[in-house]
Design a protein around this ligand. Sequence first.
Ligand SMILES: *Cc1c(COP(=O)(O)O)cnc(C)c1O
Length: 392
Amino acid sequence: MALNFLRNLAWYPPAETQIPWGVILSACRRKPKSFKQALCSYMNVNHCVLGQSARALLFKLIAALKQYGVEKQRTEVLIPGYTCYSVAAAVAKAGLTITVYDLDPKTLQPDLDSLEKAISTKTLAIVTQHLFGRISPMDELKQMARANGSYLIEDAAQSLGRVKNGMPPGTFGDFGLLSFGRGKPLPVGNGGALVSKNYPAILNTIRWENAGKGYDDLFLCVAVKIMSKPVFYWLPEMLPLGLGKTVFDPGFSVNNISSLAERIAADAITVLDDFNSHRRRIADIYTQLLNQNWQIKGDEYAISAVRYPVMLPFQNLPLTLKKLGLRRMYPYAIGAEKAIKSYMHPNTQPSPGAIEISKRLFTVPTHMGIDDKMAAQISLAIQASASRRSYK
Ligand SMILES: *Cc1c(COP(=O)(O)O)cnc(C)c1O
């Protein structure tokens, strides 16, 4: 009886929340190690800039490209039709026009025909992404960007820890963007990085006016760690904290990474590979147990860097699955979000693939709080929920 009660109370978070205590404590105690150095060596690059968030860095980058980069008539940034709203917010904040290209709902990869049509002589930069650690076709994208004289920015916020042909995503294009925010491969509160092999001079133009001490980042790491134990996690979910809410806000703050977040990250990066091999193993279980029709095709080496993506045959997530850590990703395609409309090019093409993704994509948790047995139970629960609904 008591056990049943506890089991009903159990809520699982959707993504990693467990930065080890040792890492958090040593960040408070010891003198800082250089996260910048550790990250550069992990990414195998010579140059990187840290910041408070990926969006702050993307904003700074786009503003710099606009100012120093190519000719002034390039006023558009081409972004995926389904992506994190922060990417659109960074473009809007930099005063440029958002245009989108469509994605293939079977693979979540860029629809290259749509991209080809969307590129113009006004395209300052193309942003591509490696959602869930699934790497975009970088050779084709590089060629298209180069032929048009546009920069290629890789949004690698979800792919830290992957390697393809000996190279980490974020280092294939002209610029690579990383995030260390909530729900990312290495979540340390707030933080981001920008890397570039080819344009260190542009990275060097990025300057910050402010950086916090980061007591809020430290508090967030500890609070999230404690509150996301399955017996407590219903509580933050019930409170109106806006957890996991995606809002488009070009008014975000633009600061350096805090010193505490940087110190936590410097140690946490040593456990990233453990996190990722766990995610990989749990993802393999889902790949074996879940209906083939729901799975995303291609890139069989994808470690599900943050969560495991599936396309499910319903739009509203049943509570039983929500409690097991399943979630929707971004609520709408970029072109279907009303708040973004006024920043978009009026003739931007429709993105039916992105709209389908926005309706059917769900994520299944792969973090350290999910063991093999739990992954099998979650798979069964998904099958059971889906079989109760008619498949369209
Ligand atoms: C989280 C995320 C971002 C934004 O990162 P912040 O550090 O929160 O600004 C951008 N793109 C993708 C794909 C993301 O998942």
